[in-house]
Design a binder for this molecule. Sequence first.
Ligand SMILES: Cc1cc2nc3c(=O)[nH]c(=O)nc-3n(C[C@H](O)[C@H](O)[C@H](O)COP(=O)(O)O)c2cc1C
Length: 207
Amino acid sequence: MIEKKHKRLELLDLPAEYSNLDQTLNSAFKILEDASKNRRSLFHTPTLSTFDGNRVSIRTMVLREFDPDKRLIRFHTDYRSIKIQQLKKDSHGAVHGYDPSLKIQIRLDGKINLHHKDEITKGSWELSKDMSKECYFVGGPPGSKIDDPTEYEPSTFNLKTFNGFDNFCVIVFEIESMEFLYLKKSGHRRAIHNWSTGEHQASWLIP
Ligand SMILES: Cc1cc2nc3c(=O)[nH]c(=O)nc-3n(C[C@H](O)[C@H](O)[C@H](O)COP(=O)(O)O)c2cc1C
């Protein structure tokens, strides 16, 4: 087990000890880059939380792309889903992931831009597999109450009458701050990186 944990650190080329803030940023970004391509990474399915001014909601989402230079994360969803209604009220969001094999938690705070029936959505739709596209052919808003769940299985979809693309939405999450937490017996390390002023600011925090 211990060997497996070290392997994962080595695979991602992450340090076993953290002595400067740049290391924490590099590790977090390496993890997120890996997460966008590696289905086995626990950060491949982080939690996205939204707030509608009244309530907080959280859900698991597939991390489709990470752009470290622009600090953008791309998610896909159904434009009719509840999260979209919430995001239209408040565009702030938070993303969270933890991998016990790395002993690293990443918390992201940021703003969300929604894309629907535009060039960005077209590009992402074309790159999506048929199996992923099927989700958007469901004949009703996700979260609606139904009597019979078997009527909403992919085999029942009428692909000719519905256009899945019309329901497809790209969520672009722009990272404004990133909190890194590394739990290690010999000394925990917690760091915050913030870009909300336009400049990159970083600091250690009490774990
Ligand atoms: C492993 C896993 C991956 C998921 N990926 C997505 C995803 O990429 N996009 C999405 O909209 N929902 C995804 N879901 C479903 C969401 O967690 C959630 O149930 C759904 O989007 C409805 O959320 P809402 O009612 O807050 O809009 C995933 C769920 C799991 C368990």
